[in-house]
Design a binder for this molecule. Structure first.
Ligand SMILES: O=P(O)(O)OC[C@H]1O[C@](O)(CO)[C@@H](O)[C@@H]1O
Length: 396
């Protein structure tokens, strides 16, 4: 095994109630970076206001919008698509490979996003957009390659200060993307929505702070519930599904857990079968509820743990693909299924008036939970040796 892989196979719960141990296990300050989510919203809104986004709107409504980027930068495209909603008059497409789709031309807008300002995917897309005469806007680190490509193309650039790793910059990258789309008339995000989203992220960061003990800290208790399990994260609505996929991103990169994540509507037609299987109903039915947990070998068995992200449904039915009642019935049904099989289920329910705030309320606690789960395993949530080695081995 590589010397760079460290950590404990089982969790040490005590670490989570020891702020000093938390600090030692998080030398890069991933918790602090994540707690800046609300500040990121405010800062990026101010930076976007300084950029000349108005030029984007001068040529009117585009034929399509492509958001080009990879990893967290790519996730911002999914956020825009869900905030724009099914009534958005033009297609909003998250594009995750280098360049742009073959059909992109002068009638379209490309938003190239890269936290470092140097991913080949975002750079390739920005260059291709400029070559094809598409309107371009770029979002990423100041003084980066992406900035110079945008400047050469005379395209607006929003300089987002870099916080490594990129996954700690979700909100800093997302807000400029949303505000560019607002200039194009595709989303209705207003100043109050941004302020309320930032306030919600601040409040959740406070509830999830390292000094709040596990029994009052929703992120620590979610993390401990997931310990040793195979998490399944399903979102009840398109918006909740973006949050579910984000949780899979952070659980994988921060805590290094394998995750099944997706939309409950889709999962209900196939993947829900997981609840019946080896890691679901079969292992739970073999559990002897009277056995001493210390001695019971079955307690070591790997189990599923369902995390259901429920959209509070405060948006009007007009803004959703499916009636809210259908999503609610489906979410109730999967909870019943899990209960019947003894599969544990955590539920996070969205709060807030705007879709952006509801999304924030489904992302914040899981973001922190992924970090606490890493810390309880003795893993540094920030430094991921496999990602670094992957880059070393695959770069020419
Ligand atoms: O946003 P960037 O800097 O383009 O990076 C893209 C992705 O690549 C990574 O840096 C991993 O190589 C991720 O952390 C990130 O989301």
């Amino acid at each position: 095994m590589s010397a760079s892989v460290r950590g404990r196979r089982t969790v040490d719960e005590a670490v989570l109630d020891d702020p000093a141990a938390i600090g030692e296990n998080d030398p890069g300050g991933m918790l602090r970076a994540t707690a800046s989510a609300g500040a990121q919203v405010r800062e990026s809104a101010a930076l976007a206001a300084e950029a000349n986004l108005a030029v984007l709107g001068e040529e009117g409504r585009p034929r399509a919008v492509v958001i080009a980027g990879i990893g967290t930068a790519g996730r911002t495209g999914d956020v825009l698509a869900t905030v724009a909603g099914p009534r958005c008059p033009v297609p909003v497409i998250a594009h995750r490979s280098a360049g742009v789709p073959g059909w992109v031309g002068a009638a379209d807008v490309v938003i190239a996003v890269s936290a470092s300002g140097r991913s080949p995917e975002a750079l390739g897309a920005a260059e291709a957009a400029a070559r094809r005469g598409a309107r371009l806007v770029a979002v990423g680190a100041p003084d980066s390659l992406l900035q110079s490509v945008a400047e050469t193309a005379r395209a607006p650039f929003i300089p987002v200060p870099r916080r490594a790793p990129a996954r700690a910059s979700l909100w800093a990258l997302t807000v400029p993307v949303l505000l560019a789309a607002r200039t194009l008339g595709l989303v209705k995000v207003n100043e109050a929505d941004l302020a309320e989203t930032a306030a919600r992220l601040d409040a959740d960061a406070d509830r999830c702070r390292p000094t709040a003990e596990s029994f009052v800290n929703p992120a620590k208790s979610l993390a401990l519930g997931l310990a040793g399990s195979v998490p399944i994260v399903w979102g009840s609505s398109p918006l909740a599904t973006v949050a579910a996929r984000r949780f899979a991103d952070t659980l994988s990169a921060n805590a290094r857990y394998p995750v099944v994540a997706g939309a409950l509507g889709e999962a209900g037609r196939g993947r829900v079968g997981l609840l019946d299987g080896v890691f679901g109903g079969l292992v739970e039915s073999a559990r002897d509820i009277f056995a001493d947990p210390e001695e019971e070998s079955e307690s070591d068995a790997t189990r599923l743990r369902l995390v259901l992200l429920r959209d509070g449904g405060l948006g009007s039915d007009e803004d959703t693909d499916e009636p809210f009642a259908v999503e609610e019935r489906r979410a109730d049904a999967v909870q019943t299924l899990a209960e019947r099989r003894g599969v544990r289920c955590d539920v996070v329910t969205a709060e807030g008036g705007s879709s952006l705030e509801r999304l924030a309320s489904l992302v914040a606690v899981p973001d922190f939970a992924s970090i606490y789960l890493a810390l309880a395993h003795g893993l540094d949530p920030m430094a991921v040796p496999a990602v670094t080695e992957m880059k070393e081995l695959s770069n020419p």
